[in-house]
Design a protein around this ligand. Structure first.
Ligand SMILES: [Fe+2]
Length: 192
């Protein structure tokens, strides 16, 4: 069954994000969905044709991590946007962040520091499904650095395409805008 691109046009009008930037971003996301489908189809065809012990097969397999995560991370990202940025600090997630990081502010400091690291990729607040622990993690591009057995709770795109049209090189200003638009109810619903 092929993946289909979800419609995030409801995010247009979000404060701090221009329509041009968002439309470009949606187009990029749709490209990841298309390429994920193409890759999975090609790999399945190669398996059928007995062409698995080939360099082409190996390269396509490696590529899947890039395209699939490029698709899925954008879905987490767009879905945790469109809110008013207000987290109820006495709620389940607010309490858990404070408990794990010493205070909510400490968590936010660590998340922002992770997001302003040099390079392109993603910043993810993960929950480790085994002990339930929370960890802020940097992902290089789309596929390097994921923590096995962890669920993404809050996902921030820090590829330049996510902000340059509106913010130039001012990544910290974009991160501020991101925080102002987080839909915390979605993030909290991902917490177990
Ligand atoms: Fe992106």
């Amino acid at each position: 069954m092929a993946y289909s691109a979800k419609d995030y046009s409801g995010l247009i009008g979000m404060e701090g994000f221009s329509e041009t930037l968002l439309n470009n971003h949606f187009t990029l996301y749709q490209g990841y969905v298309t390429n994920t489908n193409k890759l999975l189809d090609s790999l399945a065809a190669m398996l059928k044709e007995g062409k698995v012990a080939t360099p082409e097969y190996a390269e396509l397999k490696r590529r899947l991590g890039f395209e699939f995560n490029g698709m899925r991370l954008h879905e987490y990202y767009f879905e945790n946007l469109g809110g008013n940025g207000t987290l109820d600090k006495s709620g389940k997630l607010g309490k858990k962040l404070a408990e794990e990081f010493g205070s909510y502010e400490n968590w936010e400091r660590d998340f922002r520091a992770t997001a302003t690291m040099r390079g392109i990729g993603w910043t993810i607040l993960y929950q480790d499904n085994i002990p339930g622990r929370l960890i802020n993690q940097w992902i290089n591009e789309h596929e390097s650095g994921h923590l096995a057995g962890c669920t993404p709770l809050l996902v921030l795109d820090v590829f330049e395409h996510a902000f340059m049209i509106d913010y130039g090189l001012k990544r910290a200003d974009y991160i501020e805008t991101f925080f102002n638009n987080i839909k915390w109810s979605v993030v909290e619903a991902r917490l177990r």
